[in-house]
Design a protein around this ligand. Structure first.
Ligand code: NAI
Ligand code: MG
Length: 365
């Protein structure tokens, strides 16, 4: 049977960018005989509107059963007044938690045609292609004890950084596996100089590294890593780090490469029966209510998220590269959605024009 894909387009620009991905999925089916069993369902505010919950149990069960989930974006001002327990974001958090997606892959790749959008000098970022692996399900955002207590007549805000060996081991393994498929270079970032969890992190990563003798492993304090990322990002291939540092480092690395509308991501969990990891792919951006419904959204982040699915869930690395190169070609040809234009007088491409241009580039490839 065909590999299965659950599409959760979500809210705001989510359905708009996902419509372009659907065209591309159809193209792969028709022209490359790469067919998927695609099912679509609701998540976020749209699921709340229909069912009173941002993710139904039925949708959750489907997500657990498929080979990969592709998500658009959730949220919007309409839902800001909702109770915390049914906010759109809860749908996404439930997916990540119940699928146990502990390894968050955030590529920072610089398309030459967009090097002007980088916050750095062109030669520092041209050709940049790095991957940040962020631990996603543990660490200080989840550790107990937490809360605001009163002590000596004042309030104290408490969060706890806590990592078990097995939590570090599994994300390290996922990063080493990735390094094996890429440049065979892994840099682990923590603060072993001031944090106990950092000492353990460094020890466990070093231990896992013995299973990957081909990978060149290095360690860096996360603050020094932040400086190096801005000074000379091309020295890195894969970076692995914890939840908190990964949140900051991946957002900073993202801006080395330009627009939010270009950034894909993957969240991977434990291997399933078929040997591939549980997986959810989604653009980094949100539902962009300021441009929703206007046909202005850049579909590339979502298209590149599907390319990651081709590579990491469907073992179609060559087709993933074909799709990424099609996006690169379109940008080089000067086709731009509004977010990729910094001068007046050029008519921006619409969401669907951008998608069509990518398909035309695929046809030509
Ligand atoms: P956002 O990412 O939705 O938008 C930030 C800015 O970037 C806006 O000006 C937007 O127009 C622009 N932008 C984002 N994606 C774009 C694209 N594909 N093409 C062109 N321009 C794009 O973040 P914001 O405004 O902070 O949040 C809006 C809503 O999205 C909120 O409800 C928030 O909770 C939700 N959100 C959802 C996420 C998710 O589903 N994973 C992630 C981040 C925010
Ligand atoms: Mg963040």
């Amino acid at each position: 049977s065909n590999p299965s894909l659950l599409i959760l387009a979500g809210d705001g620009i989510g359905p708009e960018v996902m419509a372009e991905v659907r065209k591309i999925i159809d193209w792969f089916g028709a022209k490359r005989d790469l067919k998927f069993d695609v099912e679509e369902d609701l998540v976020g505010g749209s699921a709340y509107d229909a069912h009173g919950t941002p993710l139904t149990d039925e949708t959750m069960a489907k997500a657990q059963a498929v080979d990969a989930v592709l998500l658009g974006a959730v949220g919007g001002p309409k839902y800001d007044v909702l109770d915390f327990s049914v906010k759109p974001e809860r749908g996404l958090l439930r997916l990540r938690k119940e699928m146990d997606l502990y390894s968050n892959l955030r590529p920072a790749q610089c398309f030459d045609a967009l090097a002007d959008f980088s916050s750095l000098k062109k030669d520092v970022v041209a050709g940049l292609d790095i991957m940040i692996v962020r631990e996603l399900t543990s660490g200080i955002y989840f550790g107990e004890p937490r809360g605001i207590i009163t002590e000596n007549n004042e309030r104290v805000g408490i969060n706890t950084q806590r990592y078990t060996e097995s939590e570090i081991e599994r994300v390290a393994r996922s990063a080493f596996e990735l390094a094996m498929r890429r440049g065979k270079k892994l840099c682990s970032m923590e603060k072993a100089n001031v944090m106990e969890s950092g000492i353990l992190w460094r020890e466990v990563v070093t231990e896992v590294g013995k299973d990957y003798p081909e990978v060149e492993l290095s360690h860096m304090y996360a603050d020094a890593g932040a400086m190096q990322l801005c000074r000379a990002p091309k020295q890195f291939d894969v970076i692995v780090t914890d939840n908190l540092f990964g949140d900051l480092l991946s957002d900073a690395a993202a801006m080395l490469t330009g627009s939010l509308g270009m950034l894909p991501s993957a969240s991977l969990g434990a291997p399933m029966a078929n040997g591939r990891p549980k997986a959810l792919y989604e653009p980094v951006h949100g539902s962009a209510p300021d441009i929703a419904g206007q046909g202005k959204a850049n579909p590339c982040a979502c298209i590149l998220s599907f390319a990651m699915a081709l590579r990491y869930s469907f073992d179609q690395g060559a087709e993933a590269t074909r799709l990424e190169q099609a996006v690169e070609k379109v940008l080089a040809d000067g086709v731009r959605t509004a977010d990729l234009l910094n001068e007046d007088g050029i008519t921006p491409a619409s969401t669907s024009q951008m998608g069509d241009a990518v398909i035309a580039a695929l046809e030509a490839s």
